[in-house]
Design a protein around this ligand. Sequence first.
Ligand code: NMX
Ligand code: MLT
Length: 456
Amino acid sequence: GKGIKAKLAKKIPIEREKFLGIKCLHGQKIIGQISVNSVIGGMRGLPLLFCETSSLDKNKGIYYRGKLLKDVCAKLPRVQEGTQEGTPEGCFFLLTTGLMPTKKEAQEVTKEWLKRGSVPRYCLRMIDSMDKRVHPMAQLCAASACLNPQSQFVEAYTKGARRADYWKYAYEDSMNLIAMLPTVAASIYANVFKDGEGSREVNHKEDWSGNFCRMLGLPEKDFVDLMRLYMILHADHESGNDFVDLMRLYMILHADHESGNVSAHACHLVGTALSDPFLSFSASMCGLAGPLHGLANQEVLVWLTKLRKAIGDDPSDEELKKFIDDTLKGGQVIPGYGHAVLRDTDPRFVLQNEFAMKHCKDDPGVKLVTRLWKIIPEVLKKLNKVANPYPNVDAHSGVLLQHYCLKELKFYTVLFGVSRALGVLSQLIWSRALGAPIERPKSFSSTEICRFINEA
Ligand code: NMX
Ligand code: MLT
């Protein structure tokens, strides 16, 4: 919208100045050290990346633009009568501009996305022609990449646009892509799980989340309860029965997690080659589709289902420990546990569990997840190598979705991906605004590393 673009046009020159100043005056300052372990160990902990939109505290979790996620949820403006949640539209305004939107500003983003939301027919035809066996995440990657002929960035680049203006086209593409995602995702859902049944019409009376829910064929009765769950969890109030609020909140929660996670980093990396935002987002989703990253929400349920089949809904502690041990002995990780940066139980896991205790504590899946929260860390600690033996958000979200409504676990990571677009594309706009150069670290062979060690 005019709102975000105008704010960015004002802010970007100031930030560029700041950057230039930092570069000229302090560019040679050392802020970290690289060990051999850094080179061979996934660059863990290295202060290597830049991220304006969000930052992660290892104990407190994610901050969007300096604000704790819980406070972001509480402060985002409620844009419609009777809604209990802020909107992802408002969240995108915050992530891109760094400013908490007014109600009107958030509404303007909604209007912009409604205008831009229609998906080209050739893209929908491609989705329709997909074999159902193609995982919904692979379909999302393909659909996003195939939108590349829509790219204003490509067009402008081809015509020789100025580098200083790249961000404007990255912005236009990002806005268009985000606007189209609910229709793209809902079409994938309909084809894979509902024999193609479902609407693809954007209704201009609803917001982005409202359209997404309607196209998914929701609400179902139970979904209303799930919405309440998220509202109570994340916004500190007790009532409300508009299920769309659930979607709004889910989309806000999963949006951004600084720039080092696989989906954000993939988007950034590909973007620095000046691949357009549709291709960069497609790369991001290829990364989110991995079991150590976004697919973990699906993996947790697969693992729990196997567990329940093997030892039942109410196994003894010993049986649980043995099942966990067997998973580890089989060379697999326990999905939903551990984190590359967090060093404590993910605060979002705790909030979900508190809700579950209030509303569906007798659900066998919930009971199991709660017991495992105590048992799995004990087992993982004994391995003496797991940096964070505690659960992350993915350990809980699935059983709740199962309990209330969304049963198709292969779709869970797509929900995550639609939300993640808000974060990675905000980051991408800023990468182009600040002229981030092509990312190209130096690599070493083992022979070179050994030579270096011998010479040191
Ligand atoms: N179960 C078993 N082993 C684990 C686990 C786990 N949940 N987490 C870490 N380890 C192992 C890890 O495989 C590594 O073993 P090795 O040295 O033999 O290769 C060792 O512990 C040290 O790894 P860490 O430094 O603790 O973890 P790292 O930062 O490398 O990886 C994860 C972080 C999240 C990839 C890892 O904890 C994991 O695989 N967790 C399970 C998958 C998961 O839940 N991912 C979702 C993350 C959140 N998200 O949505 O993206
Ligand atoms: C994420 O939300 O991206 C995950 O928690 C993974 C990460 O931060 O590395």
